[in-house]
Design a protein. Structure first.
Length: 212
């Protein structure tokens, strides 16, 4: 399927990706931070709370922007859309830039609207004895699943905006519930990049969250 969107609409779509990614990151990182910071309920509660924060935030923002830009909010989704021919290279580049800038804005807003002594970063990193190889394939498989689900629900002929947002968000929820303990569940290079920028902390494992 060729990208038949007129070039004059790309700016609006890129703006939607910028605002949508910023909103998604603000709600998701902020919610995950609230659950994680000083949580007395144990690891299970934190993992479940983080997954809910990201899943619900994506449902809300994807529903709002779906008909404008497709609600990618993720360079991996945009790359898969480029590979499958649903968007062209110029539009993909605009989306990439918008997503990175939007993610940085969203994380910056989280950092700016909570007490500075409580900010803990939410930086993606390998934890709990996970090797780099296992972490890479964990991120790779979950990102692949996310992209597959996105394309299955978004490119149906009789698609519903609301129904498309729900399984998209549920997939994010499942991925975060699985991987949060081991990698922080990036499955989104923009998220990994933005949190690292805000925390001024780029680990030696950061490449995994771009190529995994």
């Amino acid at each position: 399927m060729a990208d038949n969107k007129p070039a004059k609409s790309w700016g609006i779509q890129a703006l939607a990706e910028f605002i949508g990614t910023a909103m998604f990151m603000y709600l998701a990182i902020g919610g995950a931070h609230a659950v994680t910071h000083g949580a007395p309920q144990g690891l299970g509660f934190v993992l479940l709370g983080n997954a809910f924060a990201f899943g619900i935030a994506l449902v809300v923002t994807a529903w709002a922007f779906f008909r404008i830009s497709g609600s990618h909010f993720n360079p991996a989704i945009t790359l898969s859309s480029l590979i499958t021919g649903h968007i062209n290279v110029p539009r993909a580049v605009l989306y990439f830039v918008s997503q990175l800038l939007g993610a940085m804005l969203g994380v910056a807003l989280v950092r700016g609207t909570i007490p500075s002594n409580e900010y803990i970063g939410q930086v993606n990193a390998i934890t709990h004895g996970e090797s780099r190889a296992r972490a890479f394939f964990l991120e790779f498989f979950l990102t692949t699943i996310l992209c597959f689900v996105y394309h299955m629900i978004v490119h149906e002929k009789n698609r519903s905006t609301f129904m498309a947002a729900l399984p998209y968000g549920f997939t994010i929820f499942s991925c975060h519930l699985f991987a949060n303990r081991y990698t922080g569940a990036s499955i989104n290079p923009a998220r990994a990049f933005a949190t690292s920028v805000a925390a001024r902390n780029f680990s030696s494992d950061h490449w995994i969250f771009w190529f995994g």
